[in-house]
Design a protein around this ligand. Structure first.
Ligand code: ATP
Length: 494
Protein backbone atom coordinates (compact mmCIF):
# COMPACT_ATOMS: atom_id res chain seq x y z
CA UNK A 1 0.00 0.00 0.00
CA UNK A 2 1.06 3.61 -0.52
CA UNK A 3 -0.08 6.31 1.84
CA UNK A 4 -1.71 9.24 0.03
CA UNK A 5 -2.66 11.44 2.97
CA UNK A 6 -2.99 11.22 6.71
CA UNK A 7 -4.56 13.63 9.19
CA UNK A 8 -5.21 13.53 12.94
CA UNK A 9 -8.66 12.20 13.82
CA UNK A 10 -9.18 13.96 17.16
CA UNK A 11 -9.75 17.64 16.49
CA UNK A 12 -12.34 18.45 19.14
CA UNK A 13 -13.43 17.29 22.59
CA UNK A 14 -16.71 16.05 21.13
CA UNK A 15 -14.89 13.82 18.66
CA UNK A 16 -12.63 12.54 21.45
CA UNK A 17 -15.62 11.73 23.67
CA UNK A 18 -17.64 9.97 21.00
CA UNK A 19 -14.70 8.07 19.47
CA UNK A 20 -13.66 6.75 22.91
CA UNK A 21 -17.19 5.64 23.70
CA UNK A 22 -17.98 4.07 20.32
CA UNK A 23 -14.73 2.14 20.34
CA UNK A 24 -15.03 0.91 23.92
CA UNK A 25 -12.13 2.87 25.42
CA UNK A 26 -13.84 5.31 27.81
CA UNK A 27 -17.47 5.69 28.93
CA UNK A 28 -19.10 8.55 30.85
CA UNK A 29 -19.79 7.39 34.42
CA UNK A 30 -23.30 6.35 35.50
CA UNK A 31 -24.79 6.95 32.06
CA UNK A 32 -27.99 4.99 32.78
CA UNK A 33 -28.72 7.54 35.54
CA UNK A 34 -28.10 10.45 33.22
CA UNK A 35 -24.36 10.63 33.87
CA UNK A 36 -22.18 11.96 36.68
CA UNK A 37 -20.17 15.05 35.83
CA UNK A 38 -16.43 14.79 35.32
CA UNK A 39 -16.10 11.12 36.18
CA UNK A 40 -15.29 8.48 33.56
CA UNK A 41 -15.07 4.70 33.34
CA UNK A 42 -12.53 2.80 31.28
CA UNK A 43 -13.64 -0.11 29.08
CA UNK A 44 -11.48 -3.12 28.17
CA UNK A 45 -9.30 -1.26 25.63
CA UNK A 46 -9.05 1.94 27.67
CA UNK A 47 -8.14 -0.01 30.78
CA UNK A 48 -5.43 -1.99 28.96
CA UNK A 49 -3.97 1.15 27.40
CA UNK A 50 -3.90 2.89 30.78
CA UNK A 51 -2.26 -0.15 32.41
CA UNK A 52 0.36 -0.36 29.63
CA UNK A 53 1.31 3.30 30.15
CA UNK A 54 1.48 2.71 33.89
CA UNK A 55 3.72 -0.36 33.50
CA UNK A 56 6.10 1.54 31.22
CA UNK A 57 6.28 4.38 33.74
CA UNK A 58 7.05 1.93 36.58
CA UNK A 59 9.66 0.26 34.39
CA UNK A 60 11.48 3.46 33.56
CA UNK A 61 11.10 5.04 37.01
CA UNK A 62 11.96 2.01 39.15
CA UNK A 63 12.70 -1.30 37.40
CA UNK A 64 15.49 0.17 35.29
CA UNK A 65 17.04 2.12 38.18
CA UNK A 66 18.56 1.27 41.56
CA UNK A 67 17.56 4.46 43.33
CA UNK A 68 13.74 4.54 43.07
CA UNK A 69 11.43 2.22 45.00
CA UNK A 70 7.71 1.70 44.51
CA UNK A 71 4.96 2.28 47.05
CA UNK A 72 1.21 1.79 47.24
CA UNK A 73 -0.06 3.96 50.07
CA UNK A 74 -3.68 4.21 51.18
CA UNK A 75 -6.07 6.82 49.80
CA UNK A 76 -7.18 7.79 53.31
CA UNK A 77 -4.56 9.37 55.55
CA UNK A 78 -4.60 11.00 58.97
CA UNK A 79 -6.47 14.32 58.52
CA UNK A 80 -3.48 16.23 59.96
CA UNK A 81 -1.62 15.29 56.74
CA UNK A 82 -3.65 17.91 54.89
CA UNK A 83 -3.06 20.53 57.53
CA UNK A 84 0.68 19.99 57.29
CA UNK A 85 0.67 20.00 53.50
CA UNK A 86 -1.22 23.30 53.42
CA UNK A 87 -4.13 21.82 51.46
CA UNK A 88 -6.77 22.60 54.08
CA UNK A 89 -5.87 26.26 54.20
CA UNK A 90 -4.95 26.96 50.61
CA UNK A 91 -5.83 24.22 48.13
CA UNK A 92 -8.53 26.12 46.32
CA UNK A 93 -9.43 27.69 43.00
CA UNK A 94 -11.28 30.94 42.49
CA UNK A 95 -14.94 30.36 41.69
CA UNK A 96 -17.29 32.71 39.90
CA UNK A 97 -20.89 31.98 38.97
CA UNK A 98 -23.23 33.35 36.33
CA UNK A 99 -26.15 34.62 38.44
CA UNK A 100 -28.79 33.78 35.81
CA UNK A 101 -27.64 30.43 34.39
CA UNK A 102 -25.83 29.29 37.57
CA UNK A 103 -23.00 28.00 35.38
CA UNK A 104 -19.80 27.99 37.42
CA UNK A 105 -16.40 29.01 36.10
CA UNK A 106 -12.84 29.11 37.30
CA UNK A 107 -12.53 32.88 37.52
CA UNK A 108 -8.85 32.88 36.48
CA UNK A 109 -9.66 30.97 33.27
CA UNK A 110 -12.71 33.09 32.46
CA UNK A 111 -10.77 36.33 32.81
CA UNK A 112 -7.71 34.92 30.99
CA UNK A 113 -9.97 34.15 28.01
CA UNK A 114 -11.16 37.75 28.11
CA UNK A 115 -7.59 39.08 28.29
CA UNK A 116 -6.66 36.85 25.35
CA UNK A 117 -8.96 38.92 23.17
CA UNK A 118 -6.91 42.05 23.97
CA UNK A 119 -3.88 43.40 22.13
CA UNK A 120 -0.55 43.87 23.88
CA UNK A 121 -1.12 47.65 24.01
CA UNK A 122 -4.58 47.22 25.54
CA UNK A 123 -3.14 44.91 28.20
CA UNK A 124 -0.47 47.45 29.07
CA UNK A 125 -3.14 50.13 29.30
CA UNK A 126 -5.13 47.97 31.76
CA UNK A 127 -1.94 47.29 33.75
CA UNK A 128 -1.27 51.03 34.23
CA UNK A 129 -4.56 51.33 36.10
CA UNK A 130 -3.54 48.65 38.61
CA UNK A 131 -1.43 49.43 41.65
CA UNK A 132 0.13 46.10 42.55
CA UNK A 133 3.21 45.19 40.46
CA UNK A 134 2.60 41.44 40.50
CA UNK A 135 -1.04 41.91 39.39
CA UNK A 136 0.16 44.12 36.52
CA UNK A 137 2.50 41.32 35.45
CA UNK A 138 -0.30 38.75 35.60
CA UNK A 139 -2.38 40.87 33.21
CA UNK A 140 0.44 41.45 30.74
CA UNK A 141 1.29 37.74 30.77
CA UNK A 142 -2.41 36.77 30.72
CA UNK A 143 -1.71 34.28 33.51
CA UNK A 144 -3.96 34.57 36.58
CA UNK A 145 -3.19 31.12 37.95
CA UNK A 146 -1.91 32.51 41.26
CA UNK A 147 -4.27 35.50 41.58
CA UNK A 148 -6.46 35.93 44.67
CA UNK A 149 -10.25 36.45 44.33
CA UNK A 150 -9.79 40.14 45.17
CA UNK A 151 -7.07 40.56 42.52
CA UNK A 152 -9.21 38.87 39.88
CA UNK A 153 -12.18 41.08 40.76
CA UNK A 154 -10.03 44.19 40.49
CA UNK A 155 -8.78 43.10 37.05
CA UNK A 156 -12.38 42.46 35.95
CA UNK A 157 -13.44 45.95 37.04
CA UNK A 158 -10.46 47.77 35.57
CA UNK A 159 -10.60 45.88 32.25
CA UNK A 160 -14.39 46.45 32.00
CA UNK A 161 -15.16 42.74 31.89
CA UNK A 162 -18.36 42.37 29.81
CA UNK A 163 -21.51 41.78 31.90
CA UNK A 164 -19.63 42.03 35.19
CA UNK A 165 -22.87 42.70 37.07
CA UNK A 166 -24.23 39.29 35.96
CA UNK A 167 -21.55 37.42 37.89
CA UNK A 168 -21.11 36.69 41.59
CA UNK A 169 -18.08 38.19 43.33
CA UNK A 170 -15.14 35.75 42.90
CA UNK A 171 -14.40 33.60 45.95
CA UNK A 172 -12.13 30.77 46.97
CA UNK A 173 -13.51 27.27 46.54
CA UNK A 174 -11.79 24.40 48.42
CA UNK A 175 -10.83 21.48 46.17
CA UNK A 176 -10.46 18.79 48.83
CA UNK A 177 -13.12 16.05 48.77
CA UNK A 178 -14.44 15.44 52.28
CA UNK A 179 -15.67 12.12 53.58
CA UNK A 180 -16.35 10.31 56.85
CA UNK A 181 -14.83 7.07 58.02
CA UNK A 182 -15.48 4.86 61.03
CA UNK A 183 -18.42 4.93 63.41
CA UNK A 184 -20.16 8.25 62.89
CA UNK A 185 -23.81 9.00 62.27
CA UNK A 186 -22.87 10.13 58.79
CA UNK A 187 -22.70 13.83 59.61
CA UNK A 188 -19.41 15.27 58.45
CA UNK A 189 -18.05 17.92 60.78
CA UNK A 190 -14.66 19.63 60.84
CA UNK A 191 -13.74 17.34 63.74
CA UNK A 192 -14.54 13.97 62.15
CA UNK A 193 -13.86 14.81 58.49
CA UNK A 194 -11.35 12.77 56.58
CA UNK A 195 -10.29 13.55 53.04
CA UNK A 196 -9.88 11.63 49.83
CA UNK A 197 -6.29 12.39 48.86
CA UNK A 198 -5.88 15.29 46.44
CA UNK A 199 -2.44 14.07 45.37
CA UNK A 200 -0.64 10.78 45.81
CA UNK A 201 2.65 12.26 47.00
CA UNK A 202 1.53 12.87 50.60
CA UNK A 203 1.51 9.09 51.15
CA UNK A 204 5.12 9.10 49.99
CA UNK A 205 6.17 11.75 52.53
CA UNK A 206 4.41 9.89 55.33
CA UNK A 207 6.39 6.75 54.43
CA UNK A 208 9.76 8.45 53.91
CA UNK A 209 11.17 7.24 57.22
CA UNK A 210 9.81 3.68 56.76
CA UNK A 211 11.39 3.33 53.34
CA UNK A 212 14.66 4.94 54.46
CA UNK A 213 15.01 2.51 57.35
CA UNK A 214 13.54 -0.71 55.91
CA UNK A 215 15.52 -0.57 52.70
CA UNK A 216 18.63 1.10 54.24
CA UNK A 217 18.51 3.78 51.54
CA UNK A 218 21.14 6.48 51.07
CA UNK A 219 20.43 9.87 49.52
CA UNK A 220 19.67 10.58 46.78
CA UNK A 221 16.78 8.18 46.32
CA UNK A 222 13.19 8.29 45.18
CA UNK A 223 9.82 6.77 46.00
CA UNK A 224 7.29 6.38 43.23
CA UNK A 225 3.65 5.46 43.22
CA UNK A 226 0.61 5.33 40.98
CA UNK A 227 -2.84 5.84 42.39
CA UNK A 228 -6.11 7.68 42.48
CA UNK A 229 -6.50 11.30 43.51
CA UNK A 230 -9.66 13.32 43.98
CA UNK A 231 -10.33 17.02 43.50
CA UNK A 232 -13.54 18.98 43.62
CA UNK A 233 -12.70 20.72 40.34
CA UNK A 234 -14.96 23.72 39.66
CA UNK A 235 -15.07 23.17 35.94
CA UNK A 236 -14.56 19.79 34.46
CA UNK A 237 -15.76 20.01 30.89
CA UNK A 238 -12.61 18.81 29.19
CA UNK A 239 -13.31 15.08 28.93
CA UNK A 240 -10.63 13.08 30.79
CA UNK A 241 -8.21 16.04 30.79
CA UNK A 242 -9.73 17.39 34.00
CA UNK A 243 -11.86 15.08 36.11
CA UNK A 244 -12.83 14.90 39.77
CA UNK A 245 -11.40 11.40 40.18
CA UNK A 246 -8.14 10.70 38.35
CA UNK A 247 -4.85 8.83 38.58
CA UNK A 248 -1.43 10.25 39.17
CA UNK A 249 2.02 8.73 38.68
CA UNK A 250 4.24 10.60 41.10
CA UNK A 251 7.85 10.28 42.18
CA UNK A 252 9.49 12.17 45.02
CA UNK A 253 13.28 12.23 44.83
CA UNK A 254 14.95 13.00 48.17
CA UNK A 255 18.34 14.69 48.04
CA UNK A 256 20.87 17.06 49.57
CA UNK A 257 19.98 20.65 48.59
CA UNK A 258 23.35 21.10 46.87
CA UNK A 259 22.33 18.52 44.25
CA UNK A 260 18.99 20.08 43.37
CA UNK A 261 19.83 22.11 40.27
CA UNK A 262 21.85 19.30 38.64
CA UNK A 263 19.21 16.64 39.38
CA UNK A 264 16.40 18.97 38.28
CA UNK A 265 17.93 19.25 34.79
CA UNK A 266 18.61 15.50 34.69
CA UNK A 267 15.03 14.59 35.58
CA UNK A 268 13.60 17.10 33.11
CA UNK A 269 15.47 15.34 30.31
CA UNK A 270 14.65 11.84 31.55
CA UNK A 271 10.98 12.69 31.65
CA UNK A 272 10.83 14.41 28.27
CA UNK A 273 12.66 11.46 26.67
CA UNK A 274 10.15 9.07 28.20
CA UNK A 275 7.32 10.72 26.27
CA UNK A 276 9.27 10.73 23.02
CA UNK A 277 11.10 7.38 23.14
CA UNK A 278 8.87 5.21 25.29
CA UNK A 279 5.40 6.52 24.47
CA UNK A 280 6.35 7.52 20.92
CA UNK A 281 4.78 10.99 21.19
CA UNK A 282 5.53 13.46 18.38
CA UNK A 283 8.25 15.75 19.83
CA UNK A 284 6.84 18.71 17.88
CA UNK A 285 3.71 18.54 20.03
CA UNK A 286 5.68 18.53 23.32
CA UNK A 287 7.36 21.39 25.15
CA UNK A 288 8.70 22.50 28.53
CA UNK A 289 7.06 25.47 30.22
CA UNK A 290 8.87 27.07 33.12
CA UNK A 291 6.64 28.58 35.81
CA UNK A 292 6.90 32.36 36.12
CA UNK A 293 5.63 32.47 39.66
CA UNK A 294 6.83 29.89 42.16
CA UNK A 295 5.35 28.75 45.45
CA UNK A 296 7.30 30.36 48.30
CA UNK A 297 9.11 27.10 49.18
CA UNK A 298 9.99 26.12 45.57
CA UNK A 299 13.22 26.91 43.76
CA UNK A 300 12.13 25.76 40.29
CA UNK A 301 9.05 24.40 38.55
CA UNK A 302 8.53 23.31 35.01
CA UNK A 303 5.66 21.60 33.18
CA UNK A 304 5.81 19.21 30.27
CA UNK A 305 3.01 20.26 27.96
CA UNK A 306 1.38 18.53 24.99
CA UNK A 307 -0.50 20.26 22.20
CA UNK A 308 -3.92 18.63 22.46
CA UNK A 309 -5.78 18.74 19.14
CA UNK A 310 -9.07 18.35 21.02
CA UNK A 311 -8.46 21.46 23.16
CA UNK A 312 -6.46 23.32 20.53
CA UNK A 313 -3.56 24.36 22.73
CA UNK A 314 -0.55 23.23 24.76
CA UNK A 315 -1.66 21.89 28.16
CA UNK A 316 0.14 20.40 31.15
CA UNK A 317 0.62 16.64 31.31
CA UNK A 318 3.37 16.57 33.94
CA UNK A 319 4.78 18.91 36.55
CA UNK A 320 8.42 18.79 37.68
CA UNK A 321 9.01 20.71 40.88
CA UNK A 322 11.96 21.52 43.16
CA UNK A 323 10.07 21.68 46.46
CA UNK A 324 12.84 22.34 48.99
CA UNK A 325 12.34 20.86 52.47
CA UNK A 326 8.78 22.19 52.75
CA UNK A 327 7.03 18.80 52.74
CA UNK A 328 9.17 16.78 55.12
CA UNK A 329 9.79 19.88 57.25
CA UNK A 330 6.07 20.48 57.74
CA UNK A 331 5.27 16.83 58.44
CA UNK A 332 8.06 16.83 61.02
CA UNK A 333 6.56 19.93 62.62
CA UNK A 334 2.96 18.69 62.62
CA UNK A 335 3.67 15.08 63.64
CA UNK A 336 6.51 15.70 66.09
CA UNK A 337 8.35 12.81 64.41
CA UNK A 338 11.97 13.34 63.43
CA UNK A 339 12.24 13.14 59.63
CA UNK A 340 15.81 14.29 59.14
CA UNK A 341 18.65 12.40 57.52
CA UNK A 342 22.12 11.79 58.87
CA UNK A 343 24.89 11.62 56.30
CA UNK A 344 27.58 9.38 57.82
CA UNK A 345 30.25 10.51 55.39
CA UNK A 346 29.91 14.24 56.03
CA UNK A 347 28.47 14.00 59.56
CA UNK A 348 25.72 16.31 58.41
CA UNK A 349 22.14 16.12 59.67
CA UNK A 350 19.44 17.78 57.56
CA UNK A 351 15.92 17.49 56.22
CA UNK A 352 16.16 16.17 52.66
CA UNK A 353 14.92 18.37 49.85
CA UNK A 354 12.40 17.00 47.39
CA UNK A 355 12.32 16.93 43.62
CA UNK A 356 8.93 15.85 42.35
CA UNK A 357 7.81 14.51 38.99
CA UNK A 358 4.03 14.29 38.78
CA UNK A 359 2.17 12.87 35.78
CA UNK A 360 -1.57 12.66 35.14
CA UNK A 361 -2.15 9.11 33.90
CA UNK A 362 -5.53 9.94 32.34
CA UNK A 363 -4.06 12.94 30.52
CA UNK A 364 -1.40 10.55 29.18
CA UNK A 365 -4.13 8.23 27.87
CA UNK A 366 -5.79 11.17 26.12
CA UNK A 367 -2.46 12.34 24.69
CA UNK A 368 -1.51 8.88 23.39
CA UNK A 369 -4.91 8.43 21.68
CA UNK A 370 -4.79 11.89 20.09
CA UNK A 371 -1.19 11.53 19.00
CA UNK A 372 -1.62 8.17 17.31
CA UNK A 373 -5.11 8.22 15.80
CA UNK A 374 -5.14 9.14 12.11
CA UNK A 375 -7.50 9.16 9.18
CA UNK A 376 -5.56 7.79 6.32
CA UNK A 377 -6.14 7.61 2.60
CA UNK A 378 -4.03 5.00 0.83
CA UNK A 379 -3.59 3.19 -2.45
CA UNK A 380 -4.15 -0.56 -2.18
CA UNK A 381 -1.93 -3.15 -3.88
CA UNK A 382 -4.52 -3.38 -6.69
CA UNK A 383 -4.24 0.41 -7.22
CA UNK A 384 -7.66 1.27 -5.72
CA UNK A 385 -8.05 4.20 -3.28
CA UNK A 386 -9.07 3.31 0.24
CA UNK A 387 -9.63 4.94 3.64
CA UNK A 388 -9.08 3.80 7.18
CA UNK A 389 -8.87 5.16 10.70
CA UNK A 390 -5.70 3.81 12.21
CA UNK A 391 -4.20 4.09 15.65
CA UNK A 392 -0.48 4.05 15.01
CA UNK A 393 0.29 3.55 18.63
CA UNK A 394 3.58 2.05 19.88
CA UNK A 395 3.18 -1.72 19.82
CA UNK A 396 4.10 -1.92 23.51
CA UNK A 397 1.11 0.33 24.31
CA UNK A 398 -1.48 -1.33 22.09
CA UNK A 399 -4.37 -2.74 24.16
CA UNK A 400 -4.81 -5.81 21.95
CA UNK A 401 -1.61 -7.20 20.46
CA UNK A 402 -3.00 -9.79 18.04
CA UNK A 403 -6.34 -10.46 16.37
CA UNK A 404 -7.11 -13.95 15.13
CA UNK A 405 -9.38 -13.94 12.10
CA UNK A 406 -10.69 -17.08 10.37
CA UNK A 407 -11.21 -16.36 6.67
CA UNK A 408 -14.63 -18.02 6.74
CA UNK A 409 -17.05 -19.36 9.36
CA UNK A 410 -16.47 -22.98 8.25
CA UNK A 411 -16.05 -25.18 11.31
CA UNK A 412 -12.56 -26.46 10.38
CA UNK A 413 -11.28 -22.86 10.17
CA UNK A 414 -13.03 -21.85 13.38
CA UNK A 415 -11.46 -24.79 15.23
CA UNK A 416 -8.01 -24.08 13.87
CA UNK A 417 -8.39 -20.36 14.74
CA UNK A 418 -9.45 -21.14 18.30
CA UNK A 419 -6.43 -23.45 18.62
CA UNK A 420 -4.09 -20.70 17.39
CA UNK A 421 -5.70 -18.10 19.65
CA UNK A 422 -5.36 -20.41 22.70
CA UNK A 423 -1.65 -20.72 21.97
CA UNK A 424 -1.24 -16.91 21.72
CA UNK A 425 -3.45 -16.08 24.73
CA UNK A 426 -0.81 -17.21 27.20
CA UNK A 427 1.48 -14.41 25.95
CA UNK A 428 -0.72 -11.59 24.68
CA UNK A 429 -4.12 -9.94 24.91
CA UNK A 430 -5.79 -11.27 21.78
CA UNK A 431 -9.12 -10.98 20.08
CA UNK A 432 -11.08 -13.44 17.98
CA UNK A 433 -13.26 -11.93 15.26
CA UNK A 434 -15.20 -13.82 12.61
CA UNK A 435 -17.92 -11.28 11.73
CA UNK A 436 -17.93 -9.28 8.50
CA UNK A 437 -15.59 -9.26 5.54
CA UNK A 438 -11.88 -9.63 6.20
CA UNK A 439 -11.39 -6.02 5.04
CA UNK A 440 -13.87 -4.74 7.63
CA UNK A 441 -12.24 -6.82 10.33
CA UNK A 442 -8.82 -5.38 9.45
CA UNK A 443 -10.29 -1.86 9.70
CA UNK A 444 -11.76 -2.57 13.13
CA UNK A 445 -8.37 -3.74 14.42
CA UNK A 446 -6.53 -0.81 12.75
CA UNK A 447 -8.80 1.64 14.54
CA UNK A 448 -8.06 0.22 18.01
CA UNK A 449 -4.33 -0.05 17.24
CA UNK A 450 -3.88 -3.85 17.08
CA UNK A 451 -0.37 -4.30 15.62
CA UNK A 452 -0.94 -7.75 14.06
CA UNK A 453 -3.83 -9.63 12.48
CA UNK A 454 -3.39 -13.36 12.03
CA UNK A 455 -5.60 -14.83 9.29
CA UNK A 456 -6.40 -18.53 9.14
CA UNK A 457 -7.37 -19.72 5.65
CA UNK A 458 -7.99 -23.08 3.97
CA UNK A 459 -4.30 -23.37 3.07
CA UNK A 460 -3.54 -23.27 6.82
CA UNK A 461 -5.21 -26.68 7.19
CA UNK A 462 -2.62 -28.13 4.78
CA UNK A 463 0.59 -26.21 5.46
CA UNK A 464 0.09 -25.14 9.12
CA UNK A 465 0.99 -21.57 8.17
CA UNK A 466 -0.97 -18.36 8.79
CA UNK A 467 -0.92 -14.90 7.23
CA UNK A 468 0.31 -12.16 9.56
CA UNK A 469 -0.65 -8.61 8.57
CA UNK A 470 1.23 -5.59 9.92
CA UNK A 471 -1.00 -2.67 10.98
CA UNK A 472 1.29 0.12 9.78
CA UNK A 473 2.66 -1.22 6.49
CA UNK A 474 -0.29 -3.57 5.80
CA UNK A 475 2.34 -6.00 4.51
CA UNK A 476 1.56 -9.67 4.91
CA UNK A 477 3.94 -12.46 5.94
CA UNK A 478 3.29 -16.18 5.78
CA UNK A 479 4.45 -17.68 9.08
CA UNK A 480 4.36 -21.26 10.32
CA UNK A 481 2.18 -21.74 13.41
CA UNK A 482 5.11 -23.28 15.27
CA UNK A 483 7.12 -20.04 14.76
CA UNK A 484 4.20 -17.67 15.30
CA UNK A 485 4.68 -16.89 19.01
CA UNK A 486 8.37 -16.12 18.57
CA UNK A 487 7.65 -14.06 15.44
CA UNK A 488 5.17 -11.94 17.38
CA UNK A 489 7.32 -11.67 20.50
CA UNK A 490 10.23 -10.38 18.44
CA UNK A 491 8.17 -7.96 16.36
CA UNK A 492 6.06 -6.63 19.21
CA UNK A 493 9.19 -5.65 21.11
CA UNK A 494 10.97 -4.13 18.11
P1 ATP B 1 -3.79 22.02 36.39
O1 ATP B 1 -3.02 23.31 36.43
O2 ATP B 1 -4.03 21.48 35.00
O3 ATP B 1 -5.02 22.03 37.24
P2 ATP B 1 -2.11 21.15 38.49
O4 ATP B 1 -0.91 22.03 38.30
O5 ATP B 1 -3.09 21.48 39.54
O6 ATP B 1 -2.85 20.93 37.08
P3 ATP B 1 -0.69 19.10 39.83
O7 ATP B 1 -1.30 19.36 41.14
O8 ATP B 1 0.73 19.51 39.59
O9 ATP B 1 -1.62 19.68 38.68
O10 ATP B 1 -0.88 17.55 39.49
C1 ATP B 1 0.06 16.82 38.73
C2 ATP B 1 -0.57 16.24 37.49
O11 ATP B 1 -1.82 15.60 37.80
C3 ATP B 1 -0.92 17.27 36.42
O12 ATP B 1 0.19 17.54 35.60
C4 ATP B 1 -2.03 16.59 35.66
O13 ATP B 1 -1.50 15.76 34.63
C5 ATP B 1 -2.70 15.72 36.69
N1 ATP B 1 -3.96 16.33 37.14
C6 ATP B 1 -4.13 17.32 38.04
N2 ATP B 1 -5.43 17.61 38.20
C7 ATP B 1 -6.11 16.76 37.39
C8 ATP B 1 -7.50 16.56 37.12
N3 ATP B 1 -8.45 17.25 37.74
N4 ATP B 1 -7.85 15.60 36.21
C9 ATP B 1 -6.90 14.86 35.58
N5 ATP B 1 -5.57 15.01 35.81
C10 ATP B 1 -5.18 15.94 36.69
Amino acid sequence: MTEISSKPKITSLDIARSWCKENGFIFPSSEIYGGFAAVYDYGHYGYLLKENIKKLWEKSMSQERNDVLLLDSAIFMHPKTWDASGHLSSFSDVLIEDKKTHVRYRADHLVEDWLNSKTKEELEQIATQLTNESVKEMVVKRNLDKATPEEIYEIMKVSKFPGLENYTVPRNFGLMVKSNLGVTDGTITDENAVYLRAETCQGIYLNFKNVLQSYRMKLPFGIAQVGKAFRNEIVARQFIFRTREFEQMEMQYFLHPSMMSQKFEEWKNIRMNWYIETLGINPKRLRFRDHDKLAHYASAACDIEYKFGSIGEFKEVEGIHARGDWDLGNHQKFSGENLDYFDQETNERFIPHVLETSVGLNRCVMMVIEDSLYEEEFKDTDGSKNFRTVMKIKKTLAPIKVAVLPLSKKMELQNKSIEVQSMLKTHFFTQYDETGSIGKRYRRQDEIGTPYCVTIDFETLNDNCVTVRDRDTMKQDRVSISDLTDYLLVNLNS
